[in-house]
Write a protein that binds this ligand. Structure first.
Ligand SMILES: [Zn+2]
Length: 496
């Protein structure tokens, strides 16, 4: 409301105009945001593609190594220490960084800090075993923290603070990882040390989160989600070759991006198009408003507005603002034409005479103009006939007639035309157009040169060969472009 009345007072709009302007702005805004939305949507789709390709590639490629891996980290090969969980203080629901129980130190040894037991003891043991194996093999230190609440703290900031507080990871390699889950905010943060970042990229962490955790967490199975996530992380960290896999997939992703290029172009186009609509709409509207609020009388306003033409091209290219502006302009033209008039001589109100009554006030030539529809006259008369005002508007046939150079009325138009020299295949011809003033019979003729006639044999053969050529070419081009499309699509399909 504040916005509307504020805008309204700046350019002095009445209620209907305000409604119209706000409607127009809303539609333009929607169009602009659709443009940017379409673009974002595509970018998100592209990112998801990378994620899919990176994560799915690993198990396919290193299935054998995976089996070997589960064997070597299996219970038989590794002697696990006795994991000791921290002794949790009961009654705390909102945690600060300082109060989060550390899974290390003072006789405590493990990787999980889970004071509210969101993870079952079996799952916790499994996680501890997996992460112990990981630390032994890849020297990566991981801490899993499950908290009911951190109050109004931002989980990301909390994770950064907790990571720093505990000093997760070896100081020389900085290969720590903290996975913080905040229950009431339904949020899990991955905080990686510098040493792990190149392997556990944000993209991969995000993917592990959405693929392994989210589905399980939504079922309330936090243990299963965390075990699956830890298994995946272990896989990434223990197999440097899986990193090569990731990079090769990212290269393929770039070629996939080409197939989405058209979509991005369309998104950008919609955005730019929306902006153009908005800007030209506002510019044209301010022109209309300039006329509306000028000090000209209605007759001058009418002719100024009449000159502001919204050509068919603009109407076609930018239908959104211009259909509306066109309607507004037409409405205003009508308003300007039929607004109550007062005599400039004595200020008395004037009445508009109808088509029949007005003839009494018009000259014979003006009646003729009306009959030819080249000019429309409005005759306004005061009740006591003391003042007569004749206002001139262009008629529907206004373009067919010119102002006669002899009598000055808009009654000069084409009467007939004769071909005086027929054109041949080799030579052009001539035509004479005769013009006459319907009022004073002033006459004029104009000679128009005619082009040669196109030869029927050459034209038909060229057109037929042209058509057969275009048919064959369109056939071949469509098959070649189709072939290109399918090979691009096939390439895209294989990488997924
Ligand atoms: Zn004339």
């Amino acid at each position: 409301m504040g916005f509307r009345s504020g805008l309204g007072s700046i350019i002095r709009l009445n209620h209907h105009e305000r409604v119209a302007v706000s409607r127009f702005l809303v539609i333009s805004f929607l169009l602009v945001s659709y443009g940017s939305f379409a673009q974002n949507e595509l970018e998100t789709a592209v990112i998801t593609d990378v994620l899919d390709s990176t994560v799915h590639a690993v198990p396919e490629q290193s299935a054998v190594q995976q089996m070997a891996n589960t064997k070597e980290t299996g219970h038989s090969d590794l002697a696990y220490p006795n994991f000791v969980a921290p002794s949790y203080e009961h009654g705390i629901s909102t945690y600060t960084i300082e109060r989060v129980p550390s899974p290390r130190g003072n006789g405590i040894f493990g990787y999980v800090s889970d004071p509210w037991d969101y993870i079952s003891h079996d799952d916790e043991l499994r996680i501890n075993q997996l992460l112990y194996g990981l630390e032994k093999k890849a020297t990566a230190e991981v801490a899993i923290v499950m908290l009911p609440s951190i109050g109004t703290e931002v989980p990301k900031d909390f994770a950064v603070g907790l990571f720093r507080e505990w000093g997760i990871g070896k100081s020389d390699t900085n290969n720590g990882l903290l996975i913080l889950t905040v229950m009431d905010q339904r949020r899990t943060e991955f905080e990686t040390g510098y040493g792990l970042e190149p392997v556990l990229t944000d993209v991969i962490c995000y993917r592990i989160g959405t693929q392994e955790m989210v589905p399980n967490f939504r079922q309330g199975d936090y243990g299963a989600g965390m075990v699956a996530a830890v298994e995946r992380i272990k896989q990434f960290l223990e197999h440097p070759d899986s990193v090569a896999e990731i990079y090769s997939n990212e290269v393929q992703f770039e070629s996939n991006a080409d197939t989405n290029f058209l979509g991005v172009v369309i998104g950008v186009f919609l955005l730019v198009y929306g902006l153009i609509c908005l800007i030209t709409g506002i510019l044209q509207y301010s022109r209309l408003q300039g006329i509306e609020h000028s000090k000209d009388d209605f007759y001058d306003k009418y002719h100024r507005l009449d000159k502001v033409s919204f050509g068919c091209l603009l109407l076609f290219l930018l239908p959104l603002p211009f259909v509306w502006l066109n309607r507004l302009a037409k409405k205003r033209l009508k308003k300007y034409r039929y607004a109550p008039r007062y005599s400039k001589v004595n200020g008395m109100p004037m009445t508009l005479k109808d088509e029949w009554a007005e003839n009494a006030y018009l000259e014979v030539a003006q009646v003729l103009e009306e009959k030819l529809n080249s000019v429309r006259y409005d005759v306004w008369v005061t009740d006591d006939q003391s003042d007569v005002m004749v206002l001139e508007y262009e008629g529907p046939n206004g373009r067919k007639y010119d102002d006669c150079v002899a009598c000055g009325y808009r009654t000069f138009g084409k009467k007939s035309s004769t071909v005086t020299k027929a054109p041949s295949y080799d030579y052009g011809g001539e035509r004479v157009d005769y013009y006459e003033c319907r009022n004073c019979n002033f006459q004029e003729s104009k000679t128009v040169e005619l082009d040669t006639i196109p030869r029927p044999t050459s034209s038909s053969s060229s057109s037929s060969s042209g058509s057969s050529y275009s048919a064959s070419s369109s056939g071949s081009s469509s098959s070649s472009s189709f072939g290109g499309g399918s090979s691009g699509g096939g390439g895209a399909g294989v990488s997924w």
